[in-house]
Design a protein around this ligand. Structure first.
Ligand SMILES: C[S@@+](CC[C@H](N)C(=O)[O-])C[C@H]1O[C@@H](n2cnc3c(N)ncnc32)[C@H](O)[C@@H]1O
Length: 304
């Protein structure tokens, strides 16, 4: 089998899997960008999606949508691939946690320079409007969980380009966004310039040592825990979240890991919540229409 044939086979499997799981077309395109190298181009992938209609008439519209997202957009798809390739999701041989965090910071520095929107959510396909739609969906989910409020002080771990600070600042008293990538922090500061109750800090990524006990009402972590898990600092952050949250405060973890095992994620979070005195309120739901994120909501015990 040639490399191009292998890529086509992988592409077909990705599309079949996304179809079977009812995932949004943009998520499928993002998965193609992550998993395919350069042997197969956007136009060929669009044709492959259209060919697949013959055996998947129930998903005809979905496959046609994939083709629309890909055809005539070779540059956008190549950018997406480059953005994805900037951040390596494997832990390398003898890397310590600190080294992994430093490597990831460099990767995200590179990724955000290629595409701000894709660097924080690949399934935005680099499109700010698509990113805003997912951000709005996540924000309304947070509001339904009583996560926001005029008296709330929020810590956002792995804030990236500051999209949640921008979206939540009017619904919170103060928001602190932290990230390991200096370029992410620079972009976040630029995008949120003039928002008086928003603050960004570049941190070590190893712990939350610079924050006081019980200083926050809520902790948000959208797509950042997978990198904490990768670097081996997830448990440390769990214990730190329990420390910096006030009693009764909530942590929303959207995506815990990229292991593709909902059962393993749920089991780890249950275990960590128990050890660090927190209650798991939402356990691995997928409540979003535009995004395939998995939601966990944890409440610090001892309050109301
Ligand atoms: C996929 S992006 C998501 C950004 C943002 N939460 C969003 O959804 O728009 C992941 C972010 O986590 C940051 N990150 C990775 N490891 C981190 C760590 N140990 N501590 C803080 N941030 C980290 C990355 O630099 C990157 O900005």
């Amino acid at each position: 089998m040639t490399a191009a044939e292998r890529e086509r086979m992988i592409a077909r499997r990705i599309l079949e899997n996304c179809m079977a799981n009812g995932l949004p077309a943009a998520v499928a395109v993002a998965r193609l960008a992550v998993n395919l190298k350069t042997e197969i181009h956007a136009a060929e992938l669009a044709d492959l999606a259209l060919d697949m209609r013959a055996n998947a008439s129930h998903c005809k519209g979905w496959l046609e949508n994939i083709a629309v997202l890909l055809s005539g957009k070779a540059d956008a798809f190549d950018n997406l691939r480059s953005t994805a390739a900037s951040v390596c999701h494997d832990r390398q041989g003898d890397e310590t946690g600190e080294m992994t965090v430093r490597r990831l910071a460099g990767g995200f520095d590179e990724a955000v320079a290629i595409s701000a929107a894709a660097s924080v959510q690949l399934s935005s396909l680099g499109d700010e409007e698509k990113l805003s739609a997912t951000t709005a969906e996540i924000v309304s989910w947070l509001e339904r969980q009583d996560f926001t409020g005029a008296d709330e002080t929020i810590l956002d771990i792995g804030c990236g380009i500051g999209r949640f600070e921008g979206a939540l600042h009017a619904r919170a008293k103060h928001i602190v966004g932290i990230d390991i990538s200096s370029r992410m922090i620079a972009v976040a500061r630029r995008r949120c310039a003039g928002l008086g109750n928003v603050e960004f800090r570049q941190t070590s990524g190893l712990d939350l040592a610079e924050f006081a006990d019980a200083g926050f009402d809520s902790v948000l972590a959208v797509d950042s825990f997978p990198y904490l898990v990768l670097a081996g600092v997830a448990e440390r952050h769990f214990s730190e979240m329990a420390r910096v949250l006030r009693p009764g405060g909530m942590a929303a973890i959207l995506n815990y890991s990229y292991r593709m095992s909902p059962a393993a994620d749920s089991s780890d979070i249950r275990h960590l919540a128990r050890i660090y005195g927190m209650d798991l309120v939402i356990d691995g739901e997928m409540p979003f229409r535009h995004w395939d994120g998995t939601a966990f909501l944890i409440r610090s015990t001892g309050g109301t």
